[in-house]
Design a protein around this ligand. Structure first.
Ligand code: AMP
Ligand code: ZN
Length: 115
């Protein structure tokens, strides 16, 4: 997808600190980390969001990669949070499906609606 920053990362046109990569997905450090561990996992193919007719095997692989990334980043035992911001109300800012993996410290108990 032209002008998609995550497509550019998937194609190696923009550099990123890669944590894990295979033929279907790539995981890289978030440029603006919100926690000590903050990794984004994306499918290499462009899908705007989770409802964008993503093949179910790919969705399965994307979420299986969460556990791989958690192990690689050393948060698998203490735990972590995964977030998939979707659409405007979900405050999705990059419109290429991505899973946030956040951890390395105790997360806030919960998030509520915006003020
Ligand atoms: P979201 O609000 O769920 O769309 O999150 C997009 C995330 O992408 C944010 O956490 C940004 O910090 C992150 N981000 C944007 N551009 C880059 C980039 N070039 N490399 C790594 N992370 C990025
Ligand atoms: Zn894209």
């Amino acid at each position: 997808m032209p002008d998609c920053i995550f497509c550019a990362i998937a194609q190696g046109e923009i550099s990123a600190r890669i944590v894990y990569e295979d033929d279907q997905v790539i995981a890289f450090e978030d440029a603006n980390p919100q926690m000590p561990v903050h990794v984004l996992i994306i499918p290499k193919h462009h899908y705007s969001h989770i409802g964008d007719e993503v093949p179910e095997p790919l969705l399965g692989h994307l979420f299986a990669t969460v556990a791989t990334v958690a192990r690689l980043k050393g948060v698998d035992e203490k735990g972590y949070r995964i977030i998939v911001n979707t659409g405007d109300d979900g405050r999705q800012t990059v419109h290429h499906l991505h899973v946030h993996v956040l951890g390395g410290a105790l997360m806030p108990i919960r998030m509520g609606p915006a003020d």
